[in-house]
Write a protein that binds this ligand. Structure first.
Ligand code: CU
Length: 319
């Protein structure tokens, strides 16, 4: 290369003038990117998990869609450039020359740094806003939440993790307990998630709520159910041998149906003496002091229990 010093003429090996590769790549890329983003927004986005059952679920869908909108053109640019290069600048017979050395390209460098900075900073701002401002991210925020929903019609629900079942306590309904999570439509819910033994994680996937349940910690999470229907709650923190069996189902009902259910449950537990037997509502419970928490409901629900723990009747091994 050093001896031959081929002139860097803007001509191909066949003598024809070089086409404007940059413009070609740009045109191919812009069409692909536009098609991809339209498909993402109109076809993919409405069907993305976790669905639209709650406000935080809607926002999680939006977040994934926006990130995909930003990521697809970047990915397609890399693929387009790669494909174009393979087709146009691949090795040809008899061509043993190196390519021309390139030392810097101010325009390209500025575009690269500017473009990536804009994408990263925009993702940072959007992510932060989505995490804090609109509806809470549905995640556990600890005992002192950064974000709280506006309005004062909050429904408080305490989620108590225990090997290996969740119970739900409703302090606004006499502190009654339920093994089924029932929530009203269109009312902000304030979850207080805690545990009696080891670390569990309350994960109502369709509601887009996920919060760790730690002993002696009050972990607060918010969401607002938007559609009625059933959902599943799973423990998403390996918590012992029956971790895999630690799930239950819940439902979002109309506000009227919720009131009827909550009042009836409260009354039933009052009549059965469950409310009197339960410890007073607190943000956390010391299991050595409150070993009977949940036992009363276990009795009422007819689930066989062991020392305040829960073992579904279907479990093959009972202690
Ligand atoms: Cu668990």
């Amino acid at each position: 290369m050093a001896e031959s010093q081929a002139p860097a003429a803007p001509a191909g090996s066949d003598g024809r003038a070089e086409p404007n590769h940059g413009l070609r790549i740009f045109l191919i890329w812009i069409v692909l990117a536009l098609v991809a983003d339209l498909l993402i927004w109109f076809v993919w986005y409405p069907h993305l998990p976790p669905g639209r059952m709650s406000e935080s679920a809607e926002h999680q869908q939006l977040d994934i869609a926006v990130l995909a909108l930003a990521a697809a053109p970047v990915m397609l640019f890399v693929w387009t450039y790669f494909g174009y290069t393979l087709v146009n600048w691949r090795h040809r017979d008899g061509d043993d020359d190196d390519g021309p050395p390139i030392f810097g390209h101010t325009g390209l460098q500025a575009t690269w740094i500017g473009g990536t900075a804009v994408i990263v900073l925009a993702a940072f701002v959007f992510g932060t806003v989505e995490l804090i401002v609109p509806a809470g991210a549905g995640a556990g925020e600890g005992p002192l939440p950064v974000w709280k929903p506006s309005g004062h019609n909050l429904l408080q629900v305490q989620v108590i993790g225990q090997q290996w079942q969740f119970t739900y306590r409703y302090p606004q309904f006499g502190g009654m307990e339920s093994t089924t999570l029932v929530l009203p439509d269109n009312r902000p819910v304030e979850f207080h998630v805690t545990s009696l033994d080891v670390i569990h994680s309350f994960w109502a996937y369709l509601l887009a709520v996920k919060a760790d349940a730690n002993p002696n910690v009050d972990n607060v999470a918010y969401t607002t159910p938007k559609h009625t229907g059933g959902f599943t709650v799973r423990c998403s923190e390996l918590c012992g041998i029956w971790h895999g069996a630690m799930f239950d189902s819940g439902r979002v009902t109309t506000p009227t149906a919720f009131q009827a259910w909550a009042r009836a449950t409260e009354l039933r537990e009052h009549q059965l003496g469950v409310l009197a037997a339960l410890p007073p509502y607190a943000l956390t419970y010391d299991p050595t002091v409150v070993p009977q928490l949940g036992q009363e409901v276990v009795k009422v629900a007819g689930i066989t229990g062991a020392n305040g723990y829960y073992y579904p009747p279907s479990d093959p091994e009972q202690p």
